[in-house]
Each structure stands twice: as structure tokens, then as C-alpha cells.
Design a protein around this ligand. Structure first.
Ligand code: SAH
Length: 242
């Protein structure tokens, strides 16, 4: 008996389900969604509210500004989503582990995550602990809600799913795939406002093109991202040391 490969699933828990699919409904991700290469379910956290005002938040214990998403409401929403064991359970959060291309690849290779989008001041710590949520950040700045962060994460994953990108090779060459930033790209016209496409790229010499691109990637990474460059040089040293 052959088992069909399971379709990559994204389940998003949000107070604003209308924001989805949003930008994920167009272009590459949108076409893949329409083609059934992945599925997206946006679930309304408010559907798990119990009081007549359907409130989901309350004032922070200990005082301070803003409101906090209640543990009981969010836990009920997570439980109602009935997420299979083994599916990653993420919480978008500026305190989380910064998202990297390698984590994105890992998520794309799995069954697809459940993602909780926070709002207000954040969520009650006890639901993070009780439901084992993995906090993920998309960068050191604060958004007003987790939805745009979740979309960024999903977009990065979906483009890596089999059949989504036209040419599978496009993912192996780009920024971060080898710990380097991507080399500069050019296309027609040959001359733009007096600027030419670098000679080597139109030479037809594939080995020279590859060497030029690697050199450009290295120079860019070194200049713009000393943090990535330090990791890269450490790795290269380890490989040559055996
Ligand atoms: N008071 C919180 C910020 C809350 S922002 C703090 O200082 O850490 C409201 C929600 O937006 C968060 O719960 C989270 O879901 C989302 N969010 C904000 N910035 C984010 C980021 N950089 N990465 C991922 N999610 C983020």
C-alpha cells in the first residue's frame, strides 16, 4: 500500500482570522495554496471565549500597561485546534529564538506548524508552559501582533515546499543557504543609465561566473554581516583542519 505524502499544513490561531491568507493568497504562496500544495487554517481565538462579552484578555497581574491574553481562553483555542502530536507548536514572540533559514528549512520538511499569534502585551506565561509553545521571533523589533510575523514565517517555509518554486535550484544558491549573502543579480538591458552588466557574467564561462559570484558573496557577507562571516570562517577552518 502506498501512502500519499501528507500535505503541509499551517494552523494559525489569531484574533484576526480575516487577515489570512492575505499576502499568502497571492503569487508563489497563493498559487501553491490554490494548487493544494499546502493548506492554511486560520482559527479565531475569540471562538473559545466563554463570557457574554467574548473577552479574551485581562489586565496584567502585578500591574502595568496593556492587556494580556488569558491562559484559559488560549489553551481552549489550542485544544480545539486538535493539533496532532509531533506538529511544531509555535508562538510568535519578540522574546523568542530568532528565526533562521535553517529553522525555516526544518519546519518546511516537517508536517507544518500550529502558530499562535499574540496581541496586546502578550500571552499569559502559563499557557506557553502548559502547551509547550516554542517562542519564535522574526527580529529585534516589536510588532503590534503576531499575524505579520506568522505570515513571514509561513512565506519562508512555503516557498521551500516541493513543487512550489519553479526551479528547485533557486533555493540552494540564495542568501544564507551556505552561510553567505547572495551575490548581485543582473538582467537585461545590457546597459542601464551608463552602467554595464559585469563582463564576466556575459562571457559564457561558467567556471569564471561561479568564481566571481562566490567572491562577491564573500565580500558582501564580510562587509555587511560580520556575524555570519565569523561563523563561516570558523567552519572553513574546521573543514581544512580535518
Ligand atoms: N510586550 C511584548 C510585546 C507584545 S507585541 C514584549 O515586550 O515582548 C504583541 C504580539 O506581537 C506578541 O505577543 C507577538 O505575538 C507579536 N510580535 C511582536 N513582535 C514580534 C517579533 N519581533 N517577532 C514575532 N512576533 C512578534
Amino acid at each position: 500500500m502506498t501512502t500519499q505524502p501528507a500535505i503541509w499544513r499551517a494552523s494559525v490561531l489569531t484574533l484576526f482570522p480575516d487577515m489570512f491568507p492575505g499576502p499568502l493568497g497571492v503569487s508563489l504562496a497563493g498559487k501553491a495554496l490554490a494548487a493544494g500544495l499546502w493548506t492554511l487554517e486560520a482559527r479565531d481565538i475569540r471562538a473559545s471565549a466563554t463570557d457574554k462579552h467574548r473577552s479574551v484578555d485581562d489586565t496584567p497581574a502585578g500591574g502595568g500597561p496593556g492587556m494580556v491574553l488569558r491562559a484559559d481562553i488560549l489553551a481552549a483555542a489550542i485544544d480545539a485546534a486538535d493539533i496532532a502530536p509531533g506538529r511544531p507548536r509555535l508562538l510568535m514572540s519578540p522574546r523568542g529564538q530568532p528565526l533562521t533559514q535553517s529553522r525555516v528549512t526544518e519546519l518546511a520538511e516537517g508536517p507544518g506548524p500550529m502558530i499562535v499569534c499574540g496581541r496586546f502585551e502578550g500571552v499569559d506565561q502559563r499557557v506557553i508552559d502548559a502547551r509547550g509553545l516554542e517562542e519564535v521571533s522574526i527580529g529585534d523589533y516589536v510588532l503590534s501582533g503576531g499575524e505579520i510575523a506568522a505570515m513571514a514565517l509561513l512565506d519562508a517555509c512555503v516557498r521551500l515546499l516541493p513543487g512550489v518554486m519553479g526551479k528547485q535550484a533557486s533555493a540552494t544558491d540564495e542568501s544564507f543557504s551556505a552561510g553567505l549573502l547572495e551575490y548581485p543579480q543582473y538582467t537585461r538591458p545590457q546597459e542601464f543609465e551608463g552602467r554595464q552588466i559585469p563582463e564576466i557574467l556575459v562571457s559564457g564561462d561558467h567556471a569564471k561566473v561561479a568564481a566571481w559570484r562566490l567572491a562577491q558573496s564573500e565580500a558582501l557577507t564580510r562587509a555587511r554581516r560580520p556575524d555570519l562571516w565569523a561563523i563561516r570562517t570558523r567552519q572553513t577552518k574546521n573543514t581544512t583542519d580535518g
